[in-house]
Structures are given as structure tokens and as C-alpha cells.
Design a protein around this ligand. Structure first.
Ligand SMILES: [Fe+2]
Ligand SMILES: [Fe+2]
Length: 354
């Protein structure tokens, strides 16, 4: 079932962008002094090579509308349009969240390595956010990003949580965009909006952002050992489960591309897991039937919470609380499900070859 509201006005779009429920993208702030103190010298050679790639800026001309863009926009089935607009607003919020975080870090530090990295990543995310906002403008639904920056709530994360969460969201972002791009490359008749043609070069930016966090983590091996491994497991599960639940609120979006939400998500998990072996010593066993049953249960629980909310009243509230508890128990079971262990490769960098 579909949990999202129909976005029909800029105010609706802003409301969705501002949402702070469990599955909505958030804005983050962190400990800038700790960011300033980061040392990347243990990975200097790979770091400098990556900086040269950012400097080369091979996507500087990519995020511009071509004359064909407008001509390719077609009428959509209303249910598909509703899911697509929700997808655009969510993606915009994630991109803008990156832009704000990277920019704030850049402004508050002097460490030349990290400062330079943050300005490159903020540059990329601002192009991404701007491009999505232009697509929303075609529907009269552009979000006022200046206002969103001022009014959306911020979540404080210690730097290490920023690294785990942001590494994963950059890599999963790559895996999501490339999976859609490859699918529509094979089935161009299913490309119901021109924005998907931009996804290949776009997701290479996200891939590189993920590489940057991989290098920072590998330069600080303590963050990948001991009790921190429990945090890595937590973030892996939180990011995967959120994506699974959120994607299952958009079945039509995936169907229109000839994909099934469940299938699509497991393809994305496979790619992300494969990449994340560059940095995380553990990965989730997402192909195990019991693990899959747990994720499916989380999705059904999330639907039940939505129904209870819609019902309202005392019974609705009680039901909501009951399902919320069931959600916590299911999440905890998934958390304690055995993970796979890996030795970290000597060479950190991976190529975006999917
Ligand atoms: Fe981005
Ligand atoms: Fe990114």
C-alpha cells in the first residue's frame, strides 16, 4: 500500500521534505572540531588521486537541461505520478541534506584535506539538488531550499556515525541509480521521465563521494574494529531496512520501469554489500530467507502503523503503539541475525563497474 500523501502544491512538497519520521531523509550536524582533526596521511596516495578526479570535474557540464528534456515529459497515470513526485521530493531532500552537511563542515574547519573534499562534494550535491528541483518546477512543485534549510530539524551525529551513515547512503545511492539506469537502458520504452537518462554520470559522483568516506574510515582503522563493528551492523541494517520499507510504499514507480520493489531492493543490496567490503569487516546476509522474512515483516508492520494512524482515536493510538513495539522487536531480531565477516582488502578504492 501507498503511505505517502499526494503532493499537489509547493506547500505539500515542503511538508514531505520537512518530515522527520523514521523513513524520511534527515538533515545532520556534527562535531566540527573532530572533523578538523582528521588525518588522512595513512591513505595519502589514494587520497591525492581521488582529489585529482574531483578537480578534473568530469560532470561539470552534465547537470544542465537539454532542449529534449521538456519534450520527453509525458502524461503519467495519477498513481504513478504521485509515487514519482514523492520519489523526487525524497531524493531532493537527500541530495540537499548532503549539500548542507558538506558545506557546513567546510565552513567550520581549516584542515586543508577535509576542507577541499567537502567543497567538492558540496559542489556535486548542489548540482544534484538543483537538477531535481528543476524537474519538480515542471510540475509547479519546486521546493524553497533556503527555507527548508532554515526550518527542517537537524539531527546531531558524532563524526563516526556520519561516516558510517554517509558512506552507506552514498554507495546505496550509487547502487539505486545505476540499477535503474541499466534497467531503462535495456527497456527504453519504460523510461517514463527524462531524468533517468542523467542517472549514469550522476551516480558516478555518488560513488566517488562514497570512496572519500571509505578512505577516511580506512585511514582511521579504529573506527572499523572492536565495539564499532556493532555500530557498523546497526547502520547497515538501519539503511537497508529504511530503504526496503520506503521503496515498498512505491510499487507503481518500480512496476512502471519493469521492476518489482522487492527484486530491485535485493539487487541494490547485493551491489552495496559487494562494494562495502572495501571498508566494513561485516556484511548483512540479505539473501538468507529468514533475513528476508524479517524485512518483509518490517514492511507489513509499517503499513499497519500507517493504517492505525489513519484510523485515529484511542484504538488507533493503541494499535500504533502495538505495531511500533512489533517493529522494534523485528528490527532487533534482524540486528542479531548472524552477519558475514571479511578481511579488508589492501587496496581501498573500488571501480564503479556495475
Ligand atoms: Fe548526490
Ligand atoms: Fe553524494
Amino acid at each position: 500500500m501507498s503511505a505517502q500523501i499526494a503532493i499537489q502544491s509547493p506547500a505539500d512538497a515542503e511538508r514531505v521534505a520537512k518530515a522527520n519520521d523514521l523513513i524520511s531523509p534527515r538533515f545532520y550536524t556534527t562535531d566540527f572540531a573532530a572533523m578538523d582533526a582528521l588525518d588522512v596521511s595513512p591513505v595519502r596516495a589514494e587520497w591525492d588521486k581521488m582529489m585529482a578526479e574531483y578537480e578534473g570535474d568530469n560532470n561539470h557540464d552534465h547537470f544542465q537541461r537539454t532542449p529534449e528534456f521538456a519534450a520527453e515529459i509525458r502524461e503519467m497515470d495519477p498513481e504513478l505520478k504521485k509515487e514519482f513526485l514523492d520519489f523526487l521530493v525524497n531524493s531532493l531532500t537527500s541530495e540537499f541534506s548532503g549539500q548542507i552537511l558538506y558545506n557546513e563542515i567546510r565552513k567550520h574547519i581549516t584542515n586543508p584535506d577535509i576542507k577541499q573534499l567537502m567543497s567538492f562534494m558540496a559542489r556535486d550535491e548542489s548540482r544534484h539538488a538543483g537538477f531535481i528541483n528543476q524537474a519538480l518546477r515542471d510540475y509547479g512543485l519546486a521546493v524553497d531550499l533556503g527555507d527548508l534549510k532554515k526550518t527542517k530539524a537537524y539531527t546531531y551525529f558524532k563524526p563516526k556515525y556520519i561516516f558510517y551513515a554517509t558512506y552507506l547512503s552514498e554507495k546505496i545511492g550509487y547502487a539505486r541509480y545505476i540499477t535503474i539506469f541499466r534497467q531503462l537502458e535495456k527497456h527504453p520504452e519504460k523510461r517514463f521521465h527524462p531524468i533517468f537518462r542523467w542517472f549514469e554520470r550522476w551516480c558516478n559522483d555518488e560513488f566517488r563521494h562514497g570512496e572519500s568516506f571509505a578512505l577516511i574510515l580506512r585511514a582511521n582503522p579504529k573506527l572499523l574494529q572492536g565495539l564499532n563493528v556493532y555500530w557498523i551492523r546497526f547502520f547497515l541494517l538501519a539503511v537497508y531496512a529504511t530503504m526496503y520499507v520506503r521503496d515498498h510504499t512505491r510499487p507503481m514507480l518500480h512496476n512502471a520501469m519493469g521492476l518489482d520493489s522487492t527484486d530491485y531492493d535485493y539487487r541494490v543490496f547485493d551491489i552495496t554489500t559487494e562494494i562495502s567490503k572495501q571498508v566494513f569487516p561485516v556484511s548483512l546476509d540479505t539473501n538468507h530467507p529468514s533475513f528476508r522474512a524479517g524485512l518483509e515483516r518490517l514492511h507489513r508492520i509499517s503499513d499497519a502503523v500507517t493504517r492505525a494512524k489513519e484510523r485515529g482515536g484511542i484504538i488507533g493510538k493503541l494499535k500504533q503503539a502495538g505495531w511500533a513495539l512489533a517493529g522494534v522487536v523485528t528490527f532487533a531480531r534482524l540486528y542479531f541475525f548472524p552477519v558475514k565477516h571479511h578481511a579488508l582488502p589492501e587496496q581501498v578504492r573500488v571501480a564503479p563497474s556495475w
